[in-house]
Design a binder for this molecule. Structure first.
Ligand code: NAD
Length: 290
Protein backbone atom coordinates (compact mmCIF):
# COMPACT_ATOMS: atom_id res chain seq x y z
CA UNK A 1 0.00 0.00 0.00
CA UNK A 2 1.28 3.45 -0.88
CA UNK A 3 1.87 5.72 2.13
CA UNK A 4 5.01 7.68 1.35
CA UNK A 5 5.25 9.71 -1.82
CA UNK A 6 8.25 11.36 -3.47
CA UNK A 7 7.70 14.12 -6.01
CA UNK A 8 10.42 15.21 -8.44
CA UNK A 9 10.03 18.78 -9.66
CA UNK A 10 8.77 21.72 -7.63
CA UNK A 11 7.19 23.50 -10.59
CA UNK A 12 3.48 24.11 -10.99
CA UNK A 13 2.62 20.40 -11.36
CA UNK A 14 4.97 19.07 -8.66
CA UNK A 15 3.54 21.64 -6.22
CA UNK A 16 0.00 20.69 -7.08
CA UNK A 17 0.66 16.96 -6.69
CA UNK A 18 2.34 17.52 -3.30
CA UNK A 19 -0.59 19.73 -2.28
CA UNK A 20 -3.33 17.16 -2.98
CA UNK A 21 -1.29 14.23 -1.65
CA UNK A 22 -0.58 15.97 1.68
CA UNK A 23 -4.22 17.01 2.06
CA UNK A 24 -5.21 13.37 1.52
CA UNK A 25 -2.91 12.42 4.44
CA UNK A 26 0.16 11.12 2.59
CA UNK A 27 3.71 11.79 3.74
CA UNK A 28 5.31 13.78 0.88
CA UNK A 29 8.86 14.73 -0.04
CA UNK A 30 9.50 17.10 -2.94
CA UNK A 31 12.90 17.33 -4.64
CA UNK A 32 13.92 19.77 -7.37
CA UNK A 33 17.31 20.35 -8.96
CA UNK A 34 16.86 24.09 -8.44
CA UNK A 35 17.05 25.28 -4.80
CA UNK A 36 15.25 28.52 -5.69
CA UNK A 37 12.24 26.59 -7.06
CA UNK A 38 12.21 24.56 -3.85
CA UNK A 39 12.05 27.60 -1.62
CA UNK A 40 9.35 29.20 -3.79
CA UNK A 41 7.31 25.97 -3.76
CA UNK A 42 6.66 26.00 -0.01
CA UNK A 43 5.22 29.52 -0.06
CA UNK A 44 3.16 28.74 -3.13
CA UNK A 45 1.55 25.65 -1.62
CA UNK A 46 0.77 27.64 1.55
CA UNK A 47 -0.81 30.41 -0.50
CA UNK A 48 -2.89 27.91 -2.52
CA UNK A 49 -4.09 26.09 0.59
CA UNK A 50 -4.91 29.42 2.32
CA UNK A 51 -7.12 30.23 -0.67
CA UNK A 52 -8.94 26.92 -0.13
CA UNK A 53 -9.41 27.85 3.55
CA UNK A 54 -10.85 31.26 2.59
CA UNK A 55 -13.25 29.51 0.22
CA UNK A 56 -14.16 27.10 3.08
CA UNK A 57 -13.13 24.10 0.95
CA UNK A 58 -10.83 22.95 3.77
CA UNK A 59 -10.44 24.18 7.35
CA UNK A 60 -7.33 25.67 8.87
CA UNK A 61 -6.43 22.59 10.92
CA UNK A 62 -6.49 20.46 7.73
CA UNK A 63 -4.21 22.98 6.06
CA UNK A 64 -1.72 22.98 8.94
CA UNK A 65 -1.71 19.18 9.14
CA UNK A 66 -1.11 18.93 5.38
CA UNK A 67 1.70 21.52 5.37
CA UNK A 68 3.34 19.55 8.15
CA UNK A 69 3.38 16.47 5.91
CA UNK A 70 5.46 18.01 3.10
CA UNK A 71 9.25 18.19 3.16
CA UNK A 72 11.28 19.95 0.48
CA UNK A 73 14.86 19.42 -0.66
CA UNK A 74 17.34 19.01 -3.50
CA UNK A 75 18.68 15.54 -2.66
CA UNK A 76 17.29 12.18 -3.81
CA UNK A 77 19.02 10.48 -0.86
CA UNK A 78 15.91 11.41 1.16
CA UNK A 79 13.80 9.14 -1.13
CA UNK A 80 15.02 5.81 0.30
CA UNK A 81 11.73 5.15 2.15
CA UNK A 82 9.33 6.22 -0.65
CA UNK A 83 6.67 3.77 -1.88
CA UNK A 84 6.22 5.75 -5.09
CA UNK A 85 8.11 8.57 -6.79
CA UNK A 86 6.07 10.77 -9.11
CA UNK A 87 8.28 12.58 -11.61
CA UNK A 88 7.03 16.04 -12.61
CA UNK A 89 10.20 17.61 -14.03
CA UNK A 90 10.43 19.59 -17.26
CA UNK A 91 8.75 18.04 -20.34
CA UNK A 92 11.94 16.86 -22.00
CA UNK A 93 12.81 13.22 -22.52
CA UNK A 94 16.51 13.56 -21.72
CA UNK A 95 15.73 15.49 -18.52
CA UNK A 96 13.34 12.74 -17.44
CA UNK A 97 15.85 10.01 -18.26
CA UNK A 98 18.48 11.82 -16.19
CA UNK A 99 16.03 12.06 -13.29
CA UNK A 100 15.31 8.32 -13.30
CA UNK A 101 19.02 7.54 -13.59
CA UNK A 102 19.89 9.84 -10.67
CA UNK A 103 17.04 8.41 -8.57
CA UNK A 104 17.97 4.74 -9.10
CA UNK A 105 20.65 4.35 -6.41
CA UNK A 106 18.41 5.95 -3.77
CA UNK A 107 15.12 4.06 -4.01
CA UNK A 108 14.30 0.57 -2.82
CA UNK A 109 13.48 -2.27 -5.18
CA UNK A 110 9.71 -2.05 -4.66
CA UNK A 111 9.36 1.68 -5.26
CA UNK A 112 6.92 2.45 -8.05
CA UNK A 113 8.08 5.05 -10.57
CA UNK A 114 5.36 7.24 -12.07
CA UNK A 115 5.74 10.04 -14.56
CA UNK A 116 3.45 13.03 -14.99
CA UNK A 117 4.60 13.48 -18.59
CA UNK A 118 2.06 15.15 -20.88
CA UNK A 119 3.12 13.28 -23.97
CA UNK A 120 6.26 11.13 -23.85
CA UNK A 121 6.09 7.34 -24.32
CA UNK A 122 5.70 5.55 -20.99
CA UNK A 123 7.01 2.33 -22.54
CA UNK A 124 10.18 4.05 -23.78
CA UNK A 125 10.83 5.92 -20.50
CA UNK A 126 10.15 2.76 -18.46
CA UNK A 127 12.40 0.60 -20.64
CA UNK A 128 15.37 2.81 -19.73
CA UNK A 129 14.86 2.16 -15.99
CA UNK A 130 15.65 -0.97 -13.96
CA UNK A 131 11.89 -1.58 -13.39
CA UNK A 132 9.67 -1.26 -16.49
CA UNK A 133 7.07 -3.44 -14.70
CA UNK A 134 6.81 -0.86 -11.91
CA UNK A 135 6.79 2.13 -14.24
CA UNK A 136 3.55 3.94 -15.11
CA UNK A 137 2.10 7.21 -16.42
CA UNK A 138 0.11 9.21 -13.87
CA UNK A 139 -0.94 12.35 -15.66
CA UNK A 140 -2.49 15.02 -13.44
CA UNK A 141 -4.23 18.04 -14.94
CA UNK A 142 -3.38 21.67 -14.15
CA UNK A 143 -4.19 23.06 -11.57
CA UNK A 144 -3.99 19.74 -9.73
CA UNK A 145 -6.07 20.75 -6.67
CA UNK A 146 -8.94 21.87 -8.92
CA UNK A 147 -8.99 19.46 -11.85
CA UNK A 148 -10.83 16.21 -11.28
CA UNK A 149 -9.16 14.04 -13.91
CA UNK A 150 -6.06 11.90 -13.80
CA UNK A 151 -5.03 9.92 -16.87
CA UNK A 152 -3.35 6.62 -16.17
CA UNK A 153 -1.15 5.16 -18.87
CA UNK A 154 0.27 1.66 -18.67
CA UNK A 155 3.49 1.01 -20.54
CA UNK A 156 3.85 -2.26 -22.40
CA UNK A 157 5.70 -3.72 -19.42
CA UNK A 158 3.66 -2.21 -16.55
CA UNK A 159 2.34 -5.00 -14.29
CA UNK A 160 -1.21 -5.22 -12.94
CA UNK A 161 -0.20 -4.73 -9.33
CA UNK A 162 1.47 -1.40 -10.14
CA UNK A 163 -1.61 -0.33 -12.08
CA UNK A 164 -3.94 -1.28 -9.20
CA UNK A 165 -1.84 0.55 -6.60
CA UNK A 166 -1.58 3.70 -8.68
CA UNK A 167 -5.27 3.57 -9.52
CA UNK A 168 -6.13 3.29 -5.79
CA UNK A 169 -3.78 6.19 -5.07
CA UNK A 170 -5.46 8.43 -7.66
CA UNK A 171 -8.91 7.56 -6.31
CA UNK A 172 -7.77 8.29 -2.75
CA UNK A 173 -6.75 11.78 -3.96
CA UNK A 174 -10.35 12.35 -5.01
CA UNK A 175 -9.63 12.03 -8.73
CA UNK A 176 -11.56 10.37 -11.53
CA UNK A 177 -9.49 8.16 -13.79
CA UNK A 178 -9.34 7.94 -17.52
CA UNK A 179 -7.26 5.01 -18.77
CA UNK A 180 -5.28 5.76 -21.91
CA UNK A 181 -3.21 3.55 -24.15
CA UNK A 182 0.42 4.55 -24.48
CA UNK A 183 0.43 6.62 -27.68
CA UNK A 184 1.84 10.15 -28.11
CA UNK A 185 0.17 12.70 -25.78
CA UNK A 186 -2.39 10.07 -24.62
CA UNK A 187 -6.06 11.17 -24.77
CA UNK A 188 -6.52 14.68 -23.36
CA UNK A 189 -3.46 16.35 -24.89
CA UNK A 190 -3.88 14.49 -28.21
CA UNK A 191 -7.12 16.41 -28.57
CA UNK A 192 -6.40 19.62 -26.61
CA UNK A 193 -2.95 20.63 -27.81
CA UNK A 194 -3.67 20.53 -31.57
CA UNK A 195 -6.57 22.90 -30.78
CA UNK A 196 -4.22 25.24 -28.86
CA UNK A 197 -1.64 24.98 -31.70
CA UNK A 198 -4.38 25.82 -34.24
CA UNK A 199 -5.32 28.89 -32.19
CA UNK A 200 -1.67 30.00 -32.40
CA UNK A 201 -1.75 29.45 -36.22
CA UNK A 202 -4.92 31.55 -36.31
CA UNK A 203 -2.97 34.34 -34.59
CA UNK A 204 0.15 33.76 -36.75
CA UNK A 205 -1.83 33.98 -39.99
CA UNK A 206 -3.57 37.18 -38.82
CA UNK A 207 -7.08 35.74 -38.82
CA UNK A 208 -7.64 37.38 -35.43
CA UNK A 209 -5.76 39.00 -32.60
CA UNK A 210 -5.28 37.46 -29.14
CA UNK A 211 -8.42 39.03 -27.75
CA UNK A 212 -10.61 38.02 -30.71
CA UNK A 213 -9.39 34.41 -30.62
CA UNK A 214 -9.83 33.96 -26.87
CA UNK A 215 -13.18 35.77 -26.73
CA UNK A 216 -14.32 33.75 -29.74
CA UNK A 217 -13.60 30.41 -28.10
CA UNK A 218 -14.87 31.43 -24.65
CA UNK A 219 -18.19 32.81 -25.82
CA UNK A 220 -18.51 30.89 -29.08
CA UNK A 221 -17.50 27.43 -27.92
CA UNK A 222 -18.21 27.86 -24.20
CA UNK A 223 -14.62 27.13 -23.18
CA UNK A 224 -13.82 28.40 -19.64
CA UNK A 225 -10.49 29.81 -20.89
CA UNK A 226 -9.49 30.99 -24.35
CA UNK A 227 -6.89 28.74 -26.07
CA UNK A 228 -4.11 31.36 -25.90
CA UNK A 229 -4.86 32.06 -22.23
CA UNK A 230 -4.77 28.30 -21.73
CA UNK A 231 -1.43 28.00 -23.58
CA UNK A 232 0.07 30.61 -21.23
CA UNK A 233 -1.37 28.72 -18.29
CA UNK A 234 0.08 25.36 -19.39
CA UNK A 235 3.47 26.93 -20.25
CA UNK A 236 4.48 27.53 -23.87
CA UNK A 237 7.57 25.31 -23.50
CA UNK A 238 5.32 22.43 -22.44
CA UNK A 239 2.88 23.15 -25.32
CA UNK A 240 5.75 23.08 -27.82
CA UNK A 241 7.23 19.91 -26.31
CA UNK A 242 3.86 18.12 -26.59
CA UNK A 243 3.40 19.23 -30.23
CA UNK A 244 6.91 18.00 -31.05
CA UNK A 245 6.14 14.60 -29.51
CA UNK A 246 2.89 14.39 -31.53
CA UNK A 247 4.61 15.53 -34.74
CA UNK A 248 7.52 13.12 -34.43
CA UNK A 249 5.63 10.26 -32.78
CA UNK A 250 2.76 10.16 -35.29
CA UNK A 251 4.80 11.38 -38.29
CA UNK A 252 1.92 13.50 -39.53
CA UNK A 253 2.33 17.13 -40.67
CA UNK A 254 -1.05 18.05 -39.20
CA UNK A 255 0.73 18.21 -35.83
CA UNK A 256 3.53 20.58 -36.90
CA UNK A 257 4.18 23.15 -34.15
CA UNK A 258 3.27 26.71 -35.16
CA UNK A 259 6.43 28.79 -35.87
CA UNK A 260 5.01 31.56 -33.67
CA UNK A 261 4.90 29.15 -30.72
CA UNK A 262 8.53 28.25 -31.42
CA UNK A 263 9.45 31.94 -31.50
CA UNK A 264 7.79 32.68 -28.15
CA UNK A 265 9.63 29.76 -26.54
CA UNK A 266 12.93 30.90 -28.08
CA UNK A 267 12.32 34.35 -26.58
CA UNK A 268 11.77 32.78 -23.15
CA UNK A 269 8.18 34.08 -23.16
CA UNK A 270 6.76 30.91 -21.64
CA UNK A 271 3.44 32.26 -20.35
CA UNK A 272 2.35 32.83 -16.78
CA UNK A 273 5.36 31.16 -15.21
CA UNK A 274 7.76 33.70 -16.73
CA UNK A 275 5.34 36.65 -16.54
CA UNK A 276 4.85 36.93 -20.33
CA UNK A 277 3.52 34.85 -23.19
CA UNK A 278 0.51 35.65 -25.36
CA UNK A 279 -0.37 37.98 -22.46
CA UNK A 280 1.81 40.18 -20.24
CA UNK A 281 1.12 39.50 -16.56
CA UNK A 282 3.10 42.42 -15.07
CA UNK A 283 0.01 44.47 -14.18
CA UNK A 284 -3.26 43.65 -12.38
CA UNK A 285 -4.96 42.61 -15.60
CA UNK A 286 -3.22 40.44 -18.28
CA UNK A 287 -2.58 42.48 -21.45
CA UNK A 288 -2.33 40.78 -24.89
CA UNK A 289 1.19 40.91 -26.35
CA UNK A 290 -0.11 40.89 -29.96
P1 NAD B 1 7.54 23.67 -14.61
O1 NAD B 1 8.43 24.30 -15.61
O2 NAD B 1 6.61 24.53 -13.82
O3 NAD B 1 8.40 22.82 -13.55
C1 NAD B 1 9.37 21.91 -13.91
C2 NAD B 1 10.31 21.74 -12.73
O4 NAD B 1 11.22 20.66 -13.00
C3 NAD B 1 11.17 22.99 -12.45
O5 NAD B 1 11.00 23.39 -11.09
C4 NAD B 1 12.58 22.51 -12.72
O6 NAD B 1 13.55 23.11 -11.84
C5 NAD B 1 12.44 21.01 -12.42
N1 NAD B 1 13.51 20.21 -12.99
C6 NAD B 1 14.09 20.32 -14.21
N2 NAD B 1 15.06 19.41 -14.35
C7 NAD B 1 15.09 18.68 -13.21
C8 NAD B 1 15.86 17.60 -12.75
N3 NAD B 1 16.82 17.07 -13.51
N4 NAD B 1 15.63 17.12 -11.52
C9 NAD B 1 14.67 17.65 -10.74
N5 NAD B 1 13.89 18.69 -11.11
C10 NAD B 1 14.10 19.19 -12.34
O7 NAD B 1 6.74 22.55 -15.41
P2 NAD B 1 5.32 21.88 -15.05
O8 NAD B 1 4.26 22.63 -15.76
O9 NAD B 1 5.22 21.68 -13.58
O10 NAD B 1 5.46 20.48 -15.80
C11 NAD B 1 6.09 19.38 -15.18
C12 NAD B 1 5.65 18.10 -15.87
O11 NAD B 1 4.23 17.98 -15.75
C13 NAD B 1 5.96 18.03 -17.36
O12 NAD B 1 6.24 16.71 -17.72
C14 NAD B 1 4.65 18.49 -17.99
O13 NAD B 1 4.46 18.02 -19.30
C15 NAD B 1 3.65 17.85 -17.04
N6 NAD B 1 2.31 18.46 -17.04
C16 NAD B 1 2.18 19.82 -17.16
C17 NAD B 1 0.90 20.38 -17.18
C18 NAD B 1 0.73 21.87 -17.31
O14 NAD B 1 -0.40 22.32 -17.58
N7 NAD B 1 1.75 22.67 -17.13
C19 NAD B 1 -0.22 19.57 -17.05
C20 NAD B 1 -0.06 18.18 -16.90
C21 NAD B 1 1.23 17.65 -16.91
Amino acid sequence: MIQKIGVVGAGQMGNGIAHVAALAGYDVKVVDIDAERVSLAKGLIEANMSRQVRRTLIDESEMLAALDKIQFGTDYATFTDRDIVIEAATENESVKREVFKALAPHIHENTILATNTSSISITRLGARTDRPEKFIGLHFMNPVPVMKLVEIIRGLGTDSETYQQVRDLAISLGKTISLSEDFPAFIVNRILLPMVNEAIYTLYEGVGNVEAIDTGMKLGANHPMGPLELADFIGLDTCLAVMQVLYEGLADTKYRPCPLLVKYVEAGWLGRKTGRGFYDYAGDVPVPTR
